[in-house]
Design a protein around this ligand. Structure first.
Ligand SMILES: [Zn+2]
Length: 213
């Protein structure tokens, strides 16, 4: 997915995936993909603690294997976790069997019923097979913090332009997003707080069946 907000057609094809969540108040869902890694994730955890807000981390299995202490720190501090495959596979590039095995490998390390496909790229058979076991969590605001073509200012503007109540917002605790994410995230959080948003956990919201589609 190469755009900041996914098109309606895409949302229709992947029926049952969660792009945005139903909320009674102004709640948004901050999510971080591709960690945990020592260079970035502890910085994110400290920042979130300073604001007293919670987020959901879609972890790469291989990173959890390498950095189990950071993974446990995420959970200890009250955040949510989700499965983001073991090797960050792109579903369109691999056979369904390979993809499903990779997700299961990650599941041995990541205790969660939430799944997010890397890049949002997934074949329909992969999607439907995983949907039996997992809540499929996509997004409606991708900040593009990972893009060399974007500045921190662009990232903040994406948050401002596309966020609505119930939005699922994607940042990355990755080396690639690195500085761009670190420069934009505090401003994005400040702006969201100024707008009156509170920060929810995707898992909690889905347990309460707050689903728009
Ligand atoms: Zn990813």
């Amino acid at each position: 997915m190469l755009i900041e907000s996914p098109p309606q057609l895409y949302r229709c094809i992947f029926r049952g995936a969660h792009w945005r969540l139903n909320t009674t108040g102004k709640v948004i869902y901050l999510t971080f993909d591709d960690g945990p890694i020592p260079q970035i994730t502890p910085w994110v955890l400290d920042l979130l603690d300073r604001y007293g807000i919670k987020a959901t981390f879609f972890c790469i299995g291989d990173n959890v294997r390498k950095y189990p202490a950071i993974y446990h720190e995420i959970i200890m501090r009250g955040h949510g976790v989700g499965n983001h495959t073991y090797h960050h596979l792109q579903g369109l590039k691999v056979a369904t069997e390979t993809y499903l095995q990779d997700v299961e490998m990650a599941a041995r390390l990541i205790d969660s019923t939430l799944f997010r496909p890397p890049h949002g790229h997934i074949r329909l058979p992969q999607f439907y097979a995983l949907r039996r076991k997992y809540q499929m969590v996509l997004w409606d605001v991708v900040t593009r913090d990972y893009s060399y073509l974007r500045t921190a200012h662009d990232v903040i503007n994406n948050v401002k332009q596309y966020t609505r109540s119930g939005s699922i917002i994607v940042f990355h605790d990755s080396v690639k997003a690195g500085q761009r994410m670190q420069q934009s995230l505090p401003h994005a959080i400040d702006w969201l707080l100024e707008q009156g948003y509170t920060f929810g956990l995707v898992g909690d919201a889905l347990n309460n069946d707050n689903v728009i589609g």
